[in-house]
Design a protein around this ligand. Sequence first.
Ligand code: PMP
Length: 409
Amino acid sequence: MKQTLLNFENLRGDFPMLKKTMHGKPLIYFDSGATTQKPQVVIDTLSDFYRNHYGTVHRAVYELATHSTTEFQNVRFQVATLINAAKPEEIVFTRGTTESINTVAYSFGKGFIRPGDEILITEMEHHSNIVPWQLLCEDRGAVLKVAPMNERGELIMEEFTKLLNSKTKLVAVTYMANSLGTINPIKEIAALAHEAGAKILVDGAQSTPHMPIDVQDLDIDFYAFSGHKIYGPTGVGVLYGKEELLNAMPPYQGGGDMIDTVTFEKSSYNDLPLKFEAGTPMIAEVIGLGAAISYITEIGLENIQAWEHELLLHATERLKEVKGLKMIGTAAKKGGIISFAIDGIHPLDIGTLLDLRGVAVRTGFHCAQPAVRRFSETGTTRLSFGLYNNKSEIDHFVTALQEVVRLLK
Ligand code: PMP
């Protein structure tokens, strides 16, 4: 463990942003749940691509274009390996988790959802795993059902199971809740969904950066995540879908690349995955995502998970020292996310005064209003860890928080 600790302390040096100061204080960045900082290797890869190799993909025979196409397609293989997809054709590049979920809501919805069908989500979802289903239900005359959680922020499995029935066509659930840190028993949920004849989409925005993922072992039908939360660029994400499902679904958007032949009377569509990738894709961002995947896989997702668990335990323990602090989200299985409220103090004030001390935290509802409102009407203060955080940052943060609480009380 000592070796792991030593290595992780060193990794901070890979991130240029973490050498910055904020308001004259060293930056302590605790908002990786929103977006992660970028290692030098990702920044260099983007810069090298734009300086030395930039060209389009899929369309031309000249060297730059063929090089770009090869690099771009290699990342598809990398993503397939990262999440253990059966084939690279099951990997669709999107702009992020939000677009991946909207793609399924539109295309699976158009292909398979009929009036009276049900979509089952949970009370702890991010807005991007709520609103696309609401839009779909309004459009198709379907019904949205919500499985509740308990006081610790855990899904109540008996209630979830009761809500599953022959009308349930899709279960859409987060692997790790961004506001509470809860890790859901996805394998069990997938088995229950399939038993009821439903498909399952897993929102992997928070799980992908923090733990190994095996979509085949979990037996999930769709998996969505964002590049910018796994140390890669913004504007790129992934939709994984089982081949037979993606093949059976109509395309999401029309345009270049997603077609086979086009006439004014009728067009036919390209094979997977291009059927779901209309238009010139985010070429540089995909290549930057490849660099990020190499970076995290070299460190090892198991190691990242173990390190962040240590940080979670340390912070949970240390925060007991802060008077009037209430943890929000105390699930038995949690990732590196801590949400809390302090009696009589608005989270916005806490966030503002922490910023002046160099600490970046998120405050409010974290794009999960129903989940957070259930516990606090004013929202929470949230710490979310990345692989570059360490225990001394947590200690500095606790001292800063004590100071802030003294000032505000
Ligand atoms: N789901 C969860 C659980 C998230 O945490 C986020 C990002 N906060 C999203 C979905 C949306 O991701 P993006 O904004 O990158 O599309």
